[in-house]
Design a binder for this molecule. Structure first.
Ligand code: FRU
Length: 465
């Protein structure tokens, strides 16, 4: 352990202890979602299952609720909803990662945890930090017990990547397939083309670039946080592209792939993963029972809307764990992991148009047959019009919106199922079994939350944890 790591290991728990009471006083502290104890959270990292425990790491800035230098926070759970906080796993404490232990993934083999991540380095000087002045290194940390690190090393520097790229090459996602290892990395070319680099390895340490996946015409200037996975024989590539036209500052979605991504493949049209305000940088992993479980960051980089939780010294959370399936036509479906159902209290069945007061943590399901309007906390509406199959999420009360206004999802089929999961300061709305999703943070007043659905009856459960 080097001296910087030794001191950071002492300092972070002190900062967490000092901020705990202030964070706990915030009524918008989430109950069901992974959130930082203090400070800032962004992307989910290193998702995996070891034995009967799920591990989630996340981009964590313990010293600053508006960002700061990134560490890897760490929580574990047996049921995906009750999370135990563990010590920070990765600190920015080596020359190859000293300006941030950026995003990456986990590989578990023979009881050993391999964490692949991006070491961010900013060289002092007059640089643009895009084409010059920045190191984005592929690094590997290993652990036998998931708590203590055995080793941290740099596997690839920028000079080891193919020619024609800017310094922005990051977010390794690593997995094993057919006795080999594969890594995808998000990249920005010198002419501002977002792409994904595919590498192959026989030993997890030495990597060869074997293919580059991109669109024929530039689709944004940078693809962040790639995730490559298979569902029932169909491969999907999820990316978070910067520089595309979309409702948010940056986009986030997936392509279905045709052909072999190791050699040559073509991409389907791009599908948004979530049409809400707060969703970015998702990652998934294969659970032991065969499910593919995905978490996203319930936030948006560089957004102009805000989160009043900053006044309480913390900001952001992950989404619910969402199980991914595919519909047979190259489209993904997202559903909250079924473990959520165990948190449900007694079912209430509000009639069409009836207003009910519920705990902020709730789970509402309905099977609409046409137009509907859902109103939550007297300040936010979800309006569906069958004529154009459009769902509009609109804040009508600025007090709960913290700068958010309106987002739309246009459905491929008439809306026949609606599910909304509420937490203290978030809503995740699943339409047509998760063919479309809208996620948003919101900031209701203390006490119960009023919920009214006009256009269909519903079933409403409160959730307790
Ligand atoms: C996405 C991202 C990643 C990067 C990380 C840094 O939100 O920009 O590309 O690794 O956040 O925190």
């Amino acid at each position: 352990m080097n001296a910087l790591q030794r001191d950071l290991k002492r300092l972070v728990p002190m900062v967490e202890a000092a901020g705990a009471a202030r964070a706990a006083a915030d009524l918008h502290r989430q109950k069901l979602h992974v959130q930082p104890p203090v400070g800032w959270l962004n992307d989910p990292n290193g998702l995996c299952q070891i034995g009967d425990e799920y591990h989630v790491f996340y981009q964590y800035g313990p010293f600053d609720p508006t960002g700061g230098v990134k560490h890897w926070g760490h929580v574990r759970s047996r049921d995906l909803f009750h999370w135990e906080r563990l010590p920070v796993m990765l600190y920015p404490d080596e020359p190859f990662d000293c300006h941030g232990v950026y995003s990456g993934s986990a590989l578990v083999e023979d009881g050993m945890l391999y964490l692949y991540y991006t070491g961010n380095v900013k060289h002092p000087g007059e640089y643009d930090y895009i084409k010059q002045g920045r190191g984005h290194n592929v690094c590997l940390a290993t652990s036998r017990d998931t708590i203590h690190l055995d080793n941290k090393r740099c596997l690839m520097y920028n000079q080891d990547y193919p020619a024609g790229l800017t310094c922005h090459v990051r977010d390794p996602k690593v997995f094993a397939l057919d006795g080999r290892y594969y890594m995808v990395l998000g990249a920005r070319t010198l002419d501002d083309h977002g792409e994904v680099l595919v590498f192959e390895s026989a030993d997890k340490l030495h990597w060869n670039h074997i293919n580059t996946i991109t669109t024929p015409k530039a689709f944004g200037y940078m693809w962040e946080c790639p995730d490559l996975f298979e569902l029932d024989g169909q491969w999907f590539l999820a990316v978070s592209p910067q520089g595309i036209a979309c409702q948010n500052v940056y986009g986030c979605g997936y392509f279905a792939l045709q052909g072999d991504w190791r050699t040559d493949c073509t991409l389907s049209e791009f599908h948004a993963l979530d049409d809400g305000f707060d969703y970015y940088a998702p990652q998934s992993f294969a659970a032991a029972d065969g499910r593919r479980i995905q978490f996203g960051w319930m936030g948006m980089p560089d957004a102009d809307y805000t989160n009043p939780t900053v006044e309480y010294g913390w900001q952001h959370c992950l989404t619910l764990p969402r199980v991914l399936t595919q519909d047979g036509n190259g489209c993904l479906l997202q559903a909250p992991a079924a473990e959520l159902n165990a948190l449900r209290g007694e079912a209430r069945q509000p009639a069409d148009g009836e207003t009910v007061e519920t705990d902020p943590c709730f789970d509402l399901t309905a099977s609409p047959a046409g137009d509907f309007v859902l109103t939550i906390a007297n300040g936010l509406t979800l309006t569906y019009t069958e004529a154009d199959r459009t769902c509009t999420l609109r804040f009508t009360d600025a007090a709960i919106a913290a700068g958010r206004t309106e987002r739309k999802a246009v459905l491929d089929a008439p809306c026949r199922s609606l599910r909304v999961v509420g937490d203290a300061s978030s809503l995740e709305i699943f339409l047509n079994d998760g063919a479309a999703v809208l996620s948003t943070r919101y900031y209701p007043a203390a006490g119960k939350v009023a919920v009214q659905l006009c256009g269909a009856g519903s079933t409403l459960y409160s959730l307790s944890i």
